[in-house]
Design a protein around this ligand. Structure first.
Ligand code: 5GP
Ligand code: MN
Length: 330
């Protein structure tokens, strides 16, 4: 069956694929998945992936050992930007935007403003991998591509637990399993297993966790000093903010972690009542309603906490103002 991807690839002989800063499972899965699919259906097209360094657990994915990390000097006919809502957040390969004949973005972030020449953005979809799936032909899918797409969907849905999962998501994941992928190994190694040092970092963040003044959220922090002391790194912050959100009775979690001296990345997670995407946007970041992020520089922990408290309140006020307006119109 001819699909949207066949149309997109029409006339191309060289494509490049890249993702976002600090690549996660969906970013890695969608970039490697697209490459594996294109290599199989269009061996005449040269397809290369550029990504920032990513967690070693994803090395089990087919093609992970062929990711370029250097500066690209090629001029691809098409650059595919996967899972990235903001041109400033494109990781390795960002220079290709100027060099490529055409930039195509495949994404699912509601904050994506459509920066590419062609934007395929489904904000209701669980993952960029699921958006990509709908552009491909199930009949020409192969096991390597299936393993990558399954990984991305599982990763961005917290292993199929979030409300972003639909009947179609499960049907697509089921179809991907039918290609004979070793999904128990994929889930164990990419979603659950972590290194000893990672466990210790998580323990530290949980030990430091406090309840926010509004009583609805929890907050914690990790500094560069902590990574050093625990022989850990910023790559091992994954999963901590999700674990914090598992606290009974709270709606949202906030983790500050120092990425460069004096600069803290903020990760937000919500169970639904707090629109953390909006809160992050007010800080110059972005993301989804339930998972979002931003950065702050030159503030101490108390100042960052106050700033976050204020944007969460503002995001809530906007929501109640919108609800009130709706009510008045009725
Ligand atoms: P994480 O907490 O896993 O780093 O990010 C959660 C979500 O928020 C991801 O979907 C990511 O794309 C988005 N996000 C995180 N940080 C930023 C940021 O600084 N800017 C924007 N626009 N989105 C972000
Ligand atoms: Mn994603």
């Amino acid at each position: 069956m001819k699909t949207r991807m066949d149309e997109l690839l029409n006339g191309a002989s060289r494509i490049a694929v890249c993702g976002h800063l600090r690549p996660d499972g969906d970013c890695i899965g969608s970039t490697l998945g697209l490459r594996a699919y294109v290599q199989a259906i269009r061996p005449d097209i040269r397809a290369d992936v550029w990504l920032d360094p990513f967690p070693e657990s994803y090395q089990i994915l087919p093609g992970a050992d062929q990711v370029n990390t250097g500066d690209p000097s090629v001029r691809p006919d098409i650059l595919f930007v996967m899972d990235c809502s903001d041109p400033n957040r494109i990781g390795r390969g960002r220079d290709l935007c100027e060099k490529a004949g055409k930039v195509i973005c495949i994404d699912h972030h509601m904050t994506n403003g459509g920066f590419a020449d062609e934007n395929i953005i489904y904000p209701d979809y669980s993952s960029a991998c699921e958006v990509l799936y709908t552009l491909l032909d199930e009949g020409r899918m192969n096991r390597d591509a299936a393993a990558c797409l399954y990984t991305g969907i599982a990763s961005d849905t917290g292993v199929f637990q979030y409300a972003s999962v639909t009947e179609d998501t499960m049907r697509r994941a089921g179809k991907l399993i039918s290609f004979g992928i070793d999904f128990p190994k994929i889930l164990t190694e990419t979603c659950f297993e972590v290194r000893f040092t990672h466990q210790k970092l998580m323990a530290l963040a949980l030990e430091r966790m406090e309840i926010m003044p509004d009583g609805r959220g929890v907050v914690s922090w990790i500094s560069q000093e902590d990574y050093k002391r625990l022989h850990s790194s910023v790559m091992e912050t994954d999963g901590i903010v999700e674990q914090m959100r598992c606290t009974r009775g709270i709606d949202y979690s906030v983790l500050f972690y120092e990425t460069e001296p004096g600069t803290y990345k903020i990760s937000f997670r919500s169970r639904g009542a707090t629109n953390v995407g909006e809160a992050a946007r007010l800080l110059g970041g972005g993301g989804h309603k339930l998972a979002a992020g931003a950065s702050l520089t030159g503030m101490d922990y108390e100042q960052m906490k106050q700033r976050v408290e204020s944007v969460i309140r503002q995001a809530g006020e906007q929501k109640s103002a919108a609800a009130k307006e709706q009510g008045e119109r009725r």
